[in-house]
Design a protein around this ligand. Structure first.
Ligand code: SF4
Length: 469
């Protein structure tokens, strides 16, 4: 299947009609939400933390150039090297250059949405390297040749039976669906890869400008091994990941762990400041930080869109979204799914390419309510819908209908005339009580029959009754 947000409707229809998939998504997202709720209730200052995080992000994004330059100079002072990549191609080419220079063959990768965004594994494979995803979920989808269905749980759509069958087919082991046994198999294979890899690649959860430190949070320990055992470590970060100081970090760590996995803290938090120093036992000889733009500075230019850069990729908005719960992550045709995917994919790829995604929302606001950094997601979706409309991306019939509706809503006389006319037409055509068929719309919904009396008539009658009392 080609990864494209253009196909949202067909992906979504296919997934909705798959009861097994719907059950898996429902179970996984509800479980995550319950766990989150428990740990959030333990923090009385939760709302204050969200406000603080929002303010820090806002101030950082407003002075992004300043903080990024500070980060760069501190990474260099720590002995690391910084590369500014305008897009995914430049980032991948730089990684290939390093891999070639050090004669790398095996590349261990820890989970990183940014490297998913630029299709890095694919590029490495094309260039005869052996990239190995070391996060268990990522490893599963790598074996299945799929892309993540969730920002924090990439293999969320797979049952343990499916993982067992996949391992049996791809790894040649006897079938089992016991999670501990499957983990043990993956662990043994990945240990060998960690020890033989010449290059380790990671993402970045946060980058601390004042110390030149990158922060990686995880639960499996694979990121720590990927960044420590190979002789070269490359970290790839979107330029919005910088935060001003180390003292800001605890706020984000508390919000991220609770919002994403319902944990008080993730099992591992690694703070990496450059390569191994003299006298240190662990760590790589070289540390490279790639700061990726890939459309982010365009987003930055737009005051409405820039709030999307506050995202800390916790995945909570996916879990709570009634649309994501039903259509699943793969429907979005992008590595970023759910409400935040429906915002940033059109911003990265253009509203013409991803014009259905802003409509993949009930606008209930659950995403905004849950977002730990208080991104106003559902209003951004509404704003993106306006971009789609303004760029002529809606069908002509809808445009005409909306113009008529707008005219009617602005003028009560016109509204009354239009609604009376419509009722007359429906009654005359004998369709007032018929089951209507509107292409697309009524395939999954029932059109209600025309009410006996209009709202205006009922209202008038009620006022008359009240006057007679
Ligand atoms: S938009 Fe908010 S809730 Fe959604 S992934 Fe980003 S930080 Fe989490």
């Amino acid at each position: 299947m080609k990864l494209t947000p253009r196909l949202f409707k067909s992906y979504a229809s296919r997934n909705i009609s798959n009861p097994r998939l719907r059950k898996t998504y429902r179970f996984a997202t509800h479980h995550a939400l319950e766990k989150r709720l428990q740990v959030v209730h333990e923090v009385p200052e939760w709302e204050a933390l969200r406000d603080r995080a929002h303010t820090i992000k806002e101030q950082t994004i407003d002075q992004l150039d300043h903080y990024l330059e500070k980060l760069e100079s501190n990474v260099v002072a720590n002995g690391g090297q910084v590369f500014w990549a305008r897009d995914g191609k430049e980032a991948c080419e730089h990684i290939l250059e390093i891999a070639e220079r050090i004669h790398a063959r095996t590349v261990v990768k820890s989970k990183s949405m940014t490297t998913e965004e630029i299709g890095l594994s694919h590029v490495l494979e094309e260039n005869k390297l052996d990239p190995v995803e070391t996060d268990l979920g990522e490893y599963i989808i790598q074996l299945a040749h799929e892309w993540p269905s969730h920002i924090t749980a990439p293999a969320l759509h797979k049952t343990r039976g499916e993982v067992g069958a996949l391992f049996a087919e791809k790894l040649g082991i006897p079938y089992t669906d016991v999670p501990e046994e499957l983990c043990e198999v993956a662990r043994k294979i990945l240990r060998g890869k960690f020890l033989s890899a010449e290059l380790g690649i990671s993402g970045v959860n946060f980058a601390l400008a004042d110390t030149g430190t990158i922060v990686i949070v995880e639960n499996e320990g694979n990121a720590r091994l990927s960044t420590t055992l190979p002789k070269v470590h490359i970290a790839v970060m979107g330029l919005e990941k910088v935060i001003p100081t180390a003292s800001d970090l605890p706020i984000f760590l508390r919000l991220l762990a609770r919002s994403s996995t319902g944990q008080k803290q993730t099992s591992y938090v690694s703070l990496i400041s450059g390569p191994r120093k003299a006298g240190e036992l662990d760590g790589p000889d070289e540390f490279h930080l790639i700061i990726l733009d890939n459309g982010r500075t365009e987003i930055l230019k737009d005051p409405k869109a820039r709030e999307s850069l506050f995202c800390i990729r916790c995945g909570a908005c996916l879990n709570t979204c009634p649309i994501y719960q039903r259509v699943g992550g793969h429907s979005y045709g992008s590595v970023y799914s759910g409400p935040i995917g429906a915002v940033i994919t059109p911003l990265f790829q253009g509203v013409d390419v991803a014009k259905d995604l802003p409509y993949a929302s009930s606008l209930c606001g659950a995403c905004t309510n849950i977002c730990p950094v208080k991104i106003d997601i559902h209003h951004m979706l509404l704003w993106l819908r306006k971009q789609v409309v303004d760029s002529g991306g809606t069908p002509w019939l809808e445009r005409v209908a909306m113009k008529l509706y707008l005219a009617g809503m602005k003028d009560s006389v016109l509204y009354g005339f239009g609604s009376r006319l419509l009722r007359l037409i429906l009654k005359a055509s004998g369709k007032a009580n018929a089951s209507w068929t509107v292409p697309g719309w009524t395939e999954t919904r029932e059109f209600p029959p025309l009410a006996e009396k209009s709202f205006k008539t009922l209202w008038r009658e009620r006022q008359q009754e009240e006057q007679h009392l």
